[in-house]
Design a protein around this ligand. Sequence first.
Ligand code: GLN
Length: 492
Amino acid sequence: MNTTTSTMQEQHHQFITRQASARELTTAALERIAVTEPKVKAYLTVCDAAALEQADRLDRQLAAGEPLGPLAGVPVALKDNMCTDGILTTCASKMLADFVPPYDATVTTQLQAAGAVIVGKTNLDEFAMGSTTENSAYQVTANPWDLTRVPGGSSGGSAAAVAAGTVSLALGSDTGGSIRQPAAFCGVVGLKPTYGLVSRYGLIAFASSLDQIGPMTKNVKDCALALDVLAGHDRRDASSLQYAPTASYTAGLEAPLTGMKAAFPKEYRQEGIDPEIRRVMEETAATLESLGMVIEEVSLPYSDAGLSAYYLISSAEASSNLARFDGIRYGYRPETFENLEELMLKTRSEAFGSEVKRRIMLGTYALSSGYYDAYYHRAQLLRNQIREQFTGIFSTYDLVLGPVTPALPYVQGEKTDNPLEMYLGDIFTVDVNLAGLPALSLPGGFSKSGLPVGVQFIGGHLQESKLLHVAYQLEQTLGLDLTSPVAKEVLK
Ligand code: GLN
């Protein structure tokens, strides 16, 4: 049995129709991990024993005729900033090198209740700060389409895990693009839900007003099915929306697109964007028009300001969230220290990587009295303008069409010496988080060199269904072969 290319839906179907046991599906995933990991390095922890135990439990449930969840039998992976009871959760930081959470994140509970089998925890940029996964304290993950390139970040491990064919569903978190950008770089589907739709309880916080967990999958239908499991109110997350979807996110995927209207901002078509990405964008617009959608050019005048507002606000929140790592309560502790001050100083100097320190310093500066009004307050005002700008657009249009990134996947090391250049790559994703909106990244085509190119659909508040609908129709029309070279190797 080779399940390298099979989707979440297919694996679940194989299980409930008894074509494959949960143990077989899990063993196959673990074998694929063993084969691909030496090259891809997507996982920080592989939990063989716990996964097989969970698989056996599911096999017993099926045999006993007990009710089974919608993901029963499906091996899945979680970004290593989501808490898993009894399983190491490092945030790819030296700070949490031996942190074994005593509780599960809500998403972990939801996946397990749905019958998914957690096979591993995936690599990320330390504390989710970065766009290439190169800021991990442990390893550099490679892009399964070209091993010399980055998988994107910060959920690069999750994207690479799906693209390498090891799992059909991995969760990522997106604070400023960290689900959508690696999805685009690795040729998978990634959804950043509306802020508050998926619980953040047990997600180790980077910037609490922006962070959101979402699914990364091989196709749109799986993404919709995964969202069915994850969406909904959680009383343990104070920012969780009082909202419960009334129908499955798969309902309505098959309907024609006739009459739907998309806005294509002129700021998303400018020079500066890689010509190959511009070509795929123009082709996408033409395909959507041929499917009956109306596409019109609009302007997003504040889109330039989003990046500065994002880096100020996210760093300010990070400086506050990361203050808890002081060597006293949990996490890294230096071997020797003279007094309390030295304990904190040494803990934070030794255990945080340089990007995390850069953000803490930037954030602390922006929040300090004397600078607060000039930086943090102004960034918040810009955030409001960006939100209003989108509200205006969604009063006329169903969604906004745009690129995910201005560039193709970088070669490893290409951006590491220049943080500002790295930040510029987030230009098309951060506004969505500032406005709290849902957005989906779909593989839209390939560069001449065979690298995947993502396209982005941004929707109004809680309009995930519309994004999934349009993405599904486009995906069906394009019919791209998204099997990466690494996954093809495994198939041989
Ligand atoms: N690349 C962005 C940053 O470094 C976004 C990260 C994220 O979404 N977690 O802040």
